[in-house]
Design a protein around this ligand. Structure first.
Ligand code: ATP
Ligand code: CA
Ligand code: CA
Length: 269
């Protein structure tokens, strides 16, 4: 049996009824037991050019005898049963079921990445997850979910941008200055093992707090061998991401600092 954690979201139709129906469908499936379920939380829109209906989000802790791929296929099947149509990424949906954690497994296959690659910096994922599974550990970062969520409130309001190429760092830093009004600036002391001076650019959020020396967000750009261990909320951008990289990075920053989101056009679920 594996203990796994899923995230649920809905912003179309009767949203809470759909989330309830998803839990009922999981409970009715052989080899799946719903251990705990969070309250459904209304997530205010992060802002953006395109108005989107608000989401209800939640999380559930599941015990299952199914393998990870099989369990993920089940989640997708329930999404379709409850009216999910796939149009665009991060688009409106009746139901979104994401597999956040599957025990302490680390999986990177074309159809499935576990832990979910964007869970460590999303309030709307971590808040309900902490309600029901605060001590669960993110196996790559090595932090509990509770610590990740606390860090999104208490960490330093800056981004550590780790990339082997100085040009890539410079270009991305320029894009983030332009889009979000970030400025150059590092915490007074930063852990050299996690953010080596030779490959890290620092950007700070206007009017942010720097009482911690640990950034709220680390972006690992084209650093396939870099580990997430100990870094806290992290976005990994592999070299293959190409043009999608900027969109992914902008969305992550809007998730960590919702007030900056209104300067961009990214809404993400
Ligand atoms: P996000 O993943 O940023 O929350 P999303 O939920 O809107 O965005 P979807 O359109 O639902 O993204 O899914 C895109 C693809 O992600 C799916 O084809 C699915 O196979 C894949 N995927 C990879 N890893 C996971 C995971 N851990 N949980 C759910 N889907 C995953
Ligand atoms: Ca999804
Ligand atoms: Ca999602």
């Amino acid at each position: 049996m594996a203990a796994c954690l899923i995230a649920l979201g809905s912003n179309l139709g009767d949203r809470t009824a759909t989330l309830d129906a998803a839990i009922a469908a999981l409970s009715a499936t052989a080899g799946v037991q719903v251990v705990r379920c969070s309250a459904w939380q209304l997530t205010l829109p992060v802002g953006g050019r395109r108005a989107q209906p608000e989401f209800f989000n939640g999380a559930a802790l599941i015990e299952t005898s199914r393998g990870a791929a099989d369990f993920h296929a089940l989640l997708q099947q329930i999404e379709v049963q409850l009216g999910r149509q796939r149009h665009e990424r991060w688009g409106d949906r009746t139901l979104d079921l994401d597999l956040l954690l599957y025990g302490d497994a680390v999986i990177d296959s074309p159809a499935l990445t576990v832990p979910h690659p964007r869970m460590s910096f999303r309030h709307f994922v971590l808040e309900p997850a902490v309600q029901i599974a605060a001590p669960m550990v993110h196996p790559e970062i090595g932090w509990t979910l509770e610590r990740l969520l606390e860090h999104l409130d208490g960490g330093a309001d800056c981004v550590a941008l780790v990339a082997p190429s100085a040009t890539a760092r410079r270009e991305l830093a320029a894009a983030l200055r332009e889009r979000f009004g970030l400025t150059e600036g590092a915490p007074s002391i930063a852990d050299e093992r996690l953010w080596p001076t030779s490959s890290t650019a620092w950007l700070t959020v206007p009017d942010g707090q720097m009482s911690s020396e640990h950034p709220k967000l680390t972006i690992l750009l084209d650093s396939p061998t870099a580990s997430e261990a100990g870094r806290g909320p992290t976005l990994q951008i592999p070299p293959t991401k190409g043009d999608n990289a900027d969109r992914e990075i902008f969305a992550a920053i809007a998730a960590v600092w919702p007030r900056l989101g209104s300067r961009g056009d990214q809404r993400l679920q």
